[in-house]
Design a protein around this ligand. Sequence first.
Ligand code: SF4
Length: 130
Amino acid sequence: MIKKNLTCISCPMSCQLELTIDNGEILQITGNGCKNGETYARQEFTNPQRVVTTTVACHSGLWPRLPVKTVAAVPKDKVAHVVRALHGVEVEAPVQLGQVIMENVAKTGVAVIATRSLPQTRLNNSCENP
Ligand code: SF4
């Protein structure tokens, strides 16, 4: 029997969870302030997932980078693949909040969307990162 400690990241309370595990099975979960912590602990133990947030380059926009995120969590071991797939992506302004930037990123079946609208700059300057 082993103990495993996790910090629940489902809300800002950051409850410290303790899992009691035997033969790969969770016997007990303690430390959670609500039921969501138990759900998080089971997910994290069996198939950890994360929503990926990052930015991509934007041309002709008011700002040079567009914030984006996956619309759903992807397997934790795919996070680096998602980031690599988005590296070098360049979009043209204007961009609308929720606009799909990439479908099926890194073959996860999950899309990446813009998390804010980005208007075109009036001067139409190039806005690539240095
Ligand atoms: S267990 Fe519940 S209260 Fe605690 S951090 Fe997770 S979601 Fe928040």
